[in-house]
Design a protein around this ligand. Structure first.
Ligand code: EPU
Length: 339
């Protein structure tokens, strides 16, 4: 690899970029920093290189090696930093595994994150991606996001309302893409359990438990996810591959007349149609194209059937996009970042 201009302790010799799709990809250099100060020291040496900041690699699809430096946070820290009668604020380092954080909140009797149990990835990505499941999104819990500028190393703290959060989207994915590294996220949790059971049939699945707790919800969500979603250790995947499209009310009404059984969710700016349902209607559920396939139990998930390349997955993605557009007149787009 030659001599590195930065502190060698941070450089990992092994340059493979870990990703849950199980696709082979290498970077020129891999750097993991363990503090904001270490990151700030590294930045001046990166100015002429391409930089990719990764989290747990659970939302990435590589179509080629990365010709540049991969940065990864090694900031591991979790502690409550403030409290009032109703809430507790917990500051968490970007490298903490998201589900370890959820387990920690539930073990402490705090509520808010339990519906987001078992989502893969790390805390830093939760604030970039606005991860969500079962009627709750990370933005509902995020108080502040601490960042370091990858341009000049300056620190900036974003309040929730400055992050432009929307469905699977934030300022860090769009306007400020690639410009900041998230170093810490502070979440606000409730001291009393506040259930969010409106999604799908979650309420019925939990049964008539007299005294429901956040731990009960976590247990059920883990059970549901494990029964529906493939384990990346067994079959490479990046969770939902596509986002659920939001269509106008007019478009929705015309589709509904044609497909009365179509599931949907009312949202503020239109109606959300599950892409998984449309993909299944197109006959793709369980099918493969080369070494990439559509998961048997959830058509929103593309899987690596073994030895797939990023190009195999992209080919499958594009074929599905075309079929959905042809049948429903709706464009669907990947949630996964294609590199
Ligand atoms: N559906 C089908 N066929 C399928 C898949 C789904 O008909 O193959 C139907 C279901 O029957 C249901 C509706 O589509 O009526 C929605 O399905 P589901 O509840 O499984 O959720 P989703 O919309 O497919 C979203 C998130 C998931 C999250 C679940 C639960 C996105 C992109 N995905 O999926 O998030 O776990 O809701 O809240 O919004 C992820 O982002 O990686 C992820 C797994």
């Amino acid at each position: 690899m030659g001599e590195s201009p930065v502190n060698c302790k941070l450089v990992r010799l092994y340059r493979r970029i870990d990703n849950t799709f199980g696709i082979e990809a290498k970077a020129n250099r891999w750097l993991e920093y363990r503090s904001e100060e270490e990151l700030q020291r590294v930045i001046p040496a990166l100015h002429s290189e391409r930089v990719l900041h990764v989290g747990g690699g659970s939302n990435l699809l590589f179509t080629r090696d990365f010709d540049g430096t991969v940065l990864h946070s090694g900031i591991r820290f979790v502690a409550p930093v403030a409290a009032d009668a109703e809430s507790v604020w917990v500051r968490v380092g970007a490298a903490i595994v998201w589900d370890d954080f959820v387990a920690y909140t539930v073990a402490n009797g705090w509520s808010g994150a339990e519906n987001l149990s078992l989502i893969p990835g790390e805390v830093g990505a939760s604030a970039v991606q606005n991860i969500g499941a079962y009627g709750v999104e990370a933005k509902d819990l995020i108080d502040t996001v601490e960042c370091v500028s990858l341009k000049d190393g300056s620190r900036r703290v974003f309040r929730n309302e400055e992050c432009n959060y929307a469905y699977r989207s934030s300022i860090f994915k769009h306007e400020l893409k690639g410009q900041y590294a998230v170093t810490y996220v502070t979440y606000r949790l409730k001291k009393q359990f506040v259930p969010h059971l409106e999604y799908g049939n979650l309420r019925e699945q939990l049964g008539s438990v007299a005294t429901l707790s956040a731990a009960d919800v976590r247990r059920k969500i883990i059970e549901v996810r494990q029964s529906k979603l493939p384990d990346p250790k067994v079959q490479g995947n990046a969770g939902s591959f596509f986002m659920n499209p939001i269509v106008s009310r007019e478009k929705f009404e015309s589709l509904r007349a044609q497909y009365p059984q179509m599931p949907f969710y009312e949202v503020t700016d239109g109606v959300k149609i599950p892409a998984g349902w449309m993909i299944e209607q197109c006959g793709w559920k369980g099918r493969s194209l080369g070494r990439a396939g559509v998961y048997e139990k959830q058509a929103l998930i593309l899987v690596n059937r073994g030895g797939a390349t990023g190009e195999d997955v992209v080919r499958l993605c594009e074929t599905i996009q075309k079929d959905v557009a042809k049948k429903f007149g709706i464009e669907i787009y990947p949630e996964v970042n294609v590199i």
